[in-house]
Design a protein. Structure first.
Ligand SMILES: *Cc1c(COP(=O)(O)O)cnc(C)c1O
Length: 326
């Protein structure tokens, strides 16, 4: 107890731990940004405690997919650079596919400036989950943007959305006949004001994961909605199926392919003419390999999303609750 040359007390452990975390974190970022070809931002990341916590404490509880996803979504590069990288990756997997899969930039929670940056880099298809966000952003961007509504749309919001956003191009997550009817009524009233008098494209959302938290219909119920849209909704065009799926479970994509077949048979449409909207930041390459025609990529383009309150979920299912409408 008299030799105090190397005293290991609590505060020095804390000090060394923090130094270690700081250095390893910086190194990881530098390597990662180097890999992602964005050396400019390598050393200038704001150090966020949440990121530190994510790396050191929660990391082992994440799946490999989620880990890759969280790496991929660190704020490396500008929106334009990120977009270029995503396009490059799409091109690599989609070799020879004609037409190539459509890239929808999912811009929910992101400011108009970020969308404009993507627009200036040539992006035209944008996806949003909340009607109030589309209503705010649409007038701020040029008319040739094609808006995709990818969240759960409350049927009482359909009218305002259709009437105030003439360049609403596709509603991807239709899950009830009631919503289809509201969209039909609203679109019929404004059809001439839409670009080239185009009908509003409709995808029906399929539940391929069986997880209670995710919305979507079973294939049989989706087929009924698809038949209804095809036969009863002349202002709408039934254009295919969409799913979120379970993170890391690629069988969800195969299930969506099967659902498309079944719905094509039920509606008498050609399966090849129907869209498969599947694939997000962490799995769009796998989705394209399985036939996706429409990938929805958010955080890899715009960076991780920050939510205002703890209530808002951190992953894909930020839906506007139907329960609030009654
Ligand atoms: C948010 C969202 C996306 C994009 O998710 P990322 O993981 O950020 O790419 C895609 N589809 C739906 C339905 C979403 O809600």
């Amino acid at each position: 107890m008299t030799r105090r040359r190397f005293s290991v007390n609590k505060s020095s452990i804390t000090y060394f731990t923090w130094c270690f975390l700081f250095l390893s974190n910086s190194l990881a970022r530098a390597v990662l940004c180097g890999m992602l070809q964005s050396p400019t931002t390598a050393f200038f990341f704001p150090l966020r405690p949440a990121v530190l916590r994510g790396r050191t404490v929660v990391v082992s509880s994440l799946t490999r997919h989620q880990r890759l996803h969280s790496f991929a979504t660190m704020n490396c590069g500008t929106v334009g650079e990120n977009l270029a990288r995503v396009r490059h990756r799409v091109k690599e997997v989609a070799k020879g596919l004609e037409p190539p899969p459509r890239l929808v930039a999912v811009s929910k929670t992101k400011p108009v400036a970020a969308l404009k940056e993507a627009y200036d880099a040539g992006q035209r298809h944008f996806g949003e989950n909340y009607s109030h966000e589309v209503l705010e952003k649409a007038p701020e961007l040029p008319d040739d943007v094609k808006w995709h509504f990818i969240g759960h749309l409350q049927s009482n919001k359909a009218k305002a959305l259709v009437e105030q956003v003439p360049n609403l191009w596709m509603v991807e997550a239709v899950d009830s006949i009631k919503l289809a009817d509201r969209l039909q009524a609203a679109t019929a009233g404004v059809l001439e004001t839409r670009r080239k008098g185009e009908r509003l494209k409709i995808l029906v959302q399929i539940d391929t994961s069986g997880e209670a938290t995710k919305s979507g219909k079973r294939t049989e119920d989706a087929a009924v909605i698809a038949q209804h849209v095809t036969a009863q909704c002349p202002a709408l065009q039934f254009a295919g199926v969409m799913t979120i799926g379970a993170s890391g479970d690629m069988t969800c994509f195969d299930k969506l392919v099967d659902a498309r077949e079944a719905i094509a048979r039920a509606t008498g449409l050609d399966a090849a003419s129907l869209e498969l909207s599947m694939g997000m930041s962490n799995d769009f390459e796998e989705a394209i390999a399985r036939g996706s025609t429409n990938i929805r990529v958010g955080s890899t383009i715009f960076g991780a999303r920050q939510y205002r309150s703890k209530e808002e979920p951190p992953v894909a299912e930020y839906n506007e609750g139907e329960s609030k409408s009654k």
